[in-house]
Design a protein around this ligand. Structure first.
Ligand code: ADP
Length: 598
């Protein structure tokens, strides 16, 4: 389906000058390289025409005039220029590679950096696949445009200009005749190619539609049968398939016609040159070498002309790519520091949710409505409740990954939107349900908590987190590679490493989303001990799934439908015999049994 969506986008894109300007703005910092690269292409293109001209001289002044000295001279000149041109070709291909790599690197680096700054809400709205395509294939296309695209265009233009100049020098009347034919050729080439491209795009578009229809019918085969839709579906399929057939037929017809058409016009041009050149030669106004040179120039000019439409089409595509890349690059983070935002130096103290309303998107349903909660300094809060109740949302708001749509979150009485984002987020330690580790060793992953920590401090933190014991049983201990995203470790082990990381960071708030997946009892009790260490004298909010955590919390909040349905300690809530009591007896009975067994 997504393929189809992109085709559509590409299909509608028109040539956009502003975008083109911005694309070339990307190479501005490398203008020296660009200049060198254009100069080299210039040399190569001009020499192409010079060679033809030297061939003319060789024929006229060397061979026809029977002058061996001149012949030798011209051949040496030719040979010398070939060496220069080869050096030029080497140079521009090399520079193209470098320039392309620089542009690609810079674009990707900027996008990467920008992605890190965007708010969570951007990723709610934008599919990861879309972002990945922008960062990979679209940056590639832009780099292609500024390198090979520039090369094609510069080469074609210079080639035409020099060929035209030399033809005028040789015989201006004949040159004039050729110039009258060029526009006809350009016209035919562009018109044909434009149509061919349009047809092929149609084919691609219809093809993805057809694939979609297949897909829908196969996955929905039961429904199709139940609703007796076979006939109607077949009719729809037939319509699509015959559209596809017609478009493909037209594309094939146009492609087949293109080359012969260009060839006929080119042959007519050649015929005209030979005919008129012949007359001129008889009159003594033109040499054999001159006619030969004209024929060469004409053949030569065919390449860029035939190629123009292709270059134009890929330019259009690159511009479409660039527009998408720029739309990503221009996306503004929703949550930014307000002017005059301050860093209070600490976020220890009371946290208060005051009449907080929240929805993820403007059109979406409210997730929290008039939510009130005061968390006392150093308190441990356990959030429990069914999936989708709003527990993660509360944590997201607390960390200011999102901001309230109404009401306020106050830290020590100050609305946190007046504080600097990093003042809050750099003082929070988080351990997620499936913690993310970065590719690298365990030691490096723990050190992310505080980059200047010594090895001894890293190990000390691991000991406090109770991660040390499992780490030393690994083959390479602290230097064990965790694999991509930490996938060589179990979820429990990843949580232990994250706890060590959090301990090293000495955060002022500790937030944890406990793993729901089963964790062996030994690791679980280690995690528990590591958590206790972090919860000590520190405001902690835990999305709790483990009985042991819940029992230890100062207060348990039962969250249902975006609100607090019960609040109190384990003992208090058990006495109330309400939701928590039911939840506890149903959901945690098994775990209790398991723990009793363990
Ligand atoms: P819990 O953590 O208790 O399982 P959540 O806070 O994740 O619940 O979800 C609360 C509600 O908000 C759910 O209805 C969920 O579908 C919705 N929700 C959660 N995250 C998003 C999001 N990023 N965009 C839109 N809706 C979301």
């Amino acid at each position: 389906m997504s393929d189809f969506y992109f085709e559509e986008e590409e299909f509608n894109t028109q040539f956009n000058g502003a975008t083109l300007k911005r694309i070339f703005g990307l190479v501005k910092p490398h203008w020296r390289w660009v200049l060198g690269f254009v100069l080299l292409i210039g040399v190569v293109a001009v020499l192409d025409s010079v060679f033809t001209f030297i061939s003319k001289l060789i024929i006229d002044e060397g061979i026809v005039a029977k002058d061996p000295a001149r012949l030798k001279e011209l051949i040496y000149l030719y040979g010398g220029l070939v060496v220069i041109q080869s050096a030029g070709v080497f140079g521009f291909i090399y520079l193209t590679g470098i320039l392309g790599e620089r542009v690609r690197y810079e674009l990707r680096r900027n996008l990467f950096n920008h992605l890190q700054e965007l708010s969570f809400s951007y990723f709610d709205k934008t599919p990861v696949g879309w972002i990945m395509s922008r960062v990979t294939s679209d940056t590639e296309r832009i780099a292609e445009l500024v390198t090979w695209g520039t090369l094609d265009v510069t080469w074609a233009i210079l080639n035409l200009i020099t060929a035209v100049t030399f033809m005028t020098i040789i015989n201006w009347k004949l040159a004039l005749m050729v110039f009258l034919i060029i526009p006809v050729l350009v016209f035919i080439a562009t018109e044909f190619k434009k149509r061919i491209i349009v047809q092929y795009r149609r084919v691609r578009k219809l093809n993805s539609k057809l694939t979609g229809t297949y897909n829908e019918n196969i996955t929905g085969v039961r429904v199709v049968k139940a609703l007796v839709r076979e006939d109607r579906n077949l009719q729809e399929f037939d319509n699509l398939a015959s559209d596809l057939y017609r478009a493909a037929y037209r594309a094939a017809w146009l492609s087949a016609l293109f080359l012969p058409a260009v060839q006929i016009v080119a042959a007519l041009a050649l015929g005209a040159v030979i005919w008129y050149g012949g007359i001129q030669a008889q009159l003594g106004a033109m040499t054999i070498g001159g006619i030969q040179a004209f024929i060469s120039y004409l053949t030569f000019m065919m390449f860029p002309i035939q190629d123009m439409a292709r270059v134009f089409a890929s330019m259009q595509q690159a511009i479409a790519s660039a527009e998408r890349v720029f739309s990503l690059a221009d996306a503004e983070p929703d949550i930014v520091d307000r002017p005059g935002a301050t860093d209070p130096g600490t976020i220890r103290g009371e946290i208060r949710f005051e009449n907080v309303d929240f929805r993820y998107t403007e059109e979406g349903n409210p997730v929290l409505k008039n939510f009130n909660l005061t968390i006392n300094p150093g308190e441990t809060i356990a959030l429990v409740g069914p999936t989708g109740a709003g527990k993660s949302t509360i944590v997201n708001l607390l960390c200011r990954f999102y901001e309230p749509s109404g009401g306020a979150v106050r830290v020590n009485g100050t609305d946190y939107t007046t504080l600097r984002l990093d003042a809050i987020q750099s003082r929070i330690g988080m351990v997620l349900q499936t913690p993310h580790l970065f590719t690298g060793t365990i030691r490096e992953n723990i050190r992310y908590g505080r980059l200047n920590a010594t090895d001894a401090e890293v190990e000390e933190a691991a000991k406090l987190a109770h991660a040390h014991d499992f780490i030393i049983t690994l083959e390479n201990g602290y230097d064990t590679d965790v694999g991509e995203g930490g996938n060589l470790l179990s979820v429990g082990q990843k949580q232990l490493v994250s706890l060590a990381r959090a301990i090293l960071a000495q955060p002022e708030w500790f937030i944890m989303d406990e793993a729901t997946s089963s964790i062996d009892t030994v690791t679980e009790s280690l995690i528990q001990k590591g958590m206790e260490r972090l919860m000590e004298n520190r405001t902690s909010v835990i999305i709790a799934h483990r009985l042991s955590t819940i029992k230890r919390a100062d207060r348990i909040l039962v969250i249902e439908n975006g609100g607090i349905s019960e609040i109190g300690s384990h003992a208090e809530l058990m006495r109330q015999r309400g939701h928590y009591y039911n939840l506890y007896t149903n959901q945690f009975r098994q775990e209790k049994e398991r723990m009793a067994l363990g």
